[in-house]
Design a protein around this ligand. Structure first.
Ligand code: HEC
Ligand code: HEC
Length: 215
């Protein structure tokens, strides 16, 4: 009991130092975002992008672009209206810290077409590999979006939007790539990235097992 209280006390002290950001983010998400993106950024409907594990600077940039009208979206321009920079910072910090999710992919053959394109591009039509920017595992980087585990419908929608110059806030690179992709390539790429899992070696199944056996 004493030990529990001590732990709680330590947790409370650690919490109060960082309380402002997550509490601020949670309040905004509860009020304005969770219906579409979920409290954890899981976005259970495929037309709403997953935000869990999305990269911090990328999130900040997109939210500011929505707010300032540079990235056009009927929904998101309205949702970000009036958000302060520090609120955007808190939201980006909150969602980027959530563990990324991934989808189970059934059509392995079609996903393999996507994997090939993702890793090698298409030299016959001049499409570079996606991994050269978005990373071997689709994890992106601080400034580039994570694609791994994203909803395939959202990914395909964005590739169309880049290709047709509907998404124009920063589309020089993605436009030249997306406008060369065929429908089959878009669908295969979207399926493949939706299923990429990020391994977390430090919490391996083997390490968890003994505890579970006792139950
Ligand atoms: C009514 C549904 C809805 C609500 C509520 C909503 N969003 Fe969105 N969100 C969307 C849709 C749809 C998109 C895709 C943007 C597009 O292309 O139109 C999106 C896109 C985004 C993106 C871009 C993700 C990426 O990968 O580029 C971010 C970040 C985001 N929303 C954050 C938020 C935050 C933060 C809130 C609350 C302040 C919020 N959203 C509220 C529907 C919603
Ligand atoms: C030379 C670098 C580069 C390459 C190669 C590249 N991308 Fe991108 N991609 C970007 C950048 C930069 C952005 C973010 C644009 C922004 O900040 O608005 C992006 C954004 C995206 C998005 C939007 C993600 C979201 O959350 O809304 C998708 C989807 C995407 N890329 C898919 C691909 C695919 C598929 C390929 C390969 C066919 C590819 N990209 C190759 C640089 C690249």
């Amino acid at each position: 009991m004493k030990k529990t209280l001590l732990t709680l006390g330590l947790l409370a002290t650690a919490w109060s130092v960082n309380a402002a950001d997550p509490e601020l983010a949670k309040a905004i998400i509860k009020e304005k975002c969770h219906l579409c993106h979920g409290m954890e950024g899981e976005s259970s409907n495929a037309i709403y992008p997953r935000l869990a594990g999305q990269n911090h600077n990328y999130l900040v940039k997109q939210l500011k672009n929505f707010r300032d009208g540079k990235r056009k979206s009927d929904t998101m321009n309205e949702m970000t209206k009036g958000l302060l920079d520090e609120e955007i910072e808190a939201l980006a910090k909150y969602f980027s810290a959530k563990p990324a999710l991934s989808h189970r992919v059934r059509d392995k053959g079609f996903s393999a077409v996507g994997e090939y394109l993702y890793k090698k591009g298409n030299k016959y039509s001049g499409i570079p590999s996606c991994k050269s920017c978005h990373g071997e595992l689709g994890q992106g980087s601080d400034d580039l979006p994570r694609l791994a585990g994203q909803h395939k419908r959202y990914v395909a929608d964005q590739l169309h939007a880049f290709g047709e110059r509907i998404r124009t806030n920063d589309n020089t690179i993605m436009h030249t790539i997306a406008n060369k992709l065929t429908e089959l390539e878009i669908e295969a790429l979207a399926l493949y990235v939706s299923g990429i899992k990020v391994e977390e070696p430090e919490e391996s199944e083997a390490a968890k097992e003994p505890e579970q056996r006792q139950l």
